[in-house]
Write a protein that binds this ligand. Sequence first.
Ligand code: ADP
Ligand code: MG
Length: 202
Amino acid sequence: MRLDILNKVCEIIIENRDNLTELDRVIGDGDHGVNLSRGAEKVKEEIPKMEGLKPFEVLNKCAMLLMSNVGGASGALYATALMKGAAALKGKDEVLPEDVVNTWNDMILGIESRGKSTKGEKTMLDTLIPAYEAFKSEIESGKDLKVAFEVAEKSAKAGMESTKDMLATKGRATYLGERSIGHIDAGATSSYLIIKTIAESL
Ligand code: ADP
Ligand code: MG
């Protein structure tokens, strides 16, 4: 298990705390960066204790840490994604590229079911779904993990940027109605940062 990548993801979230909070302040309640970085600090603290755990055990541990330390919709949604990811990898010692495809798919299904949401609603799913689709198609055409993540990163970026022109139909930004249009979604941005960090660290 590449705990160094997990560590890097935590660091990027912590570094982007104010940026994510500012995005959420415009169309939400201004706590996304604060919420996520609180969880990232806890995960980072626990990483030394994760040495030797199987990948699914690491994901489960992260899910628990987010559940108990991250408030807001995003805490529950990211924790659900991690739990679904852990279930998809249960028992495996090694994670193959096709396992990553299945795991990522289950994570998205978990968010959709917990959030009663899908692509096009100005959320994290607008980053995660196109990135997943690009990743899956690269792996299916025989590309390695690093190349597939680099392609996914480009789709994730385009997906994140696409939230700017969307009308929010899920989450707090719905309270703004038409005024949600013209601003990038905070959760779409945190998901992009996570994918970008993985792509760069592989
Ligand atoms: P809260 O909205 O409770 O303050 P956060 O600010 O931490 O929680 O997270 C907000 C982000 O969560 C949004 O920017 C959006 O991307 C995501 N989000 C909110 N509701 C949903 C949902 N139902 N489905 C998917 N993502 C959602
Ligand atoms: Mg918020």
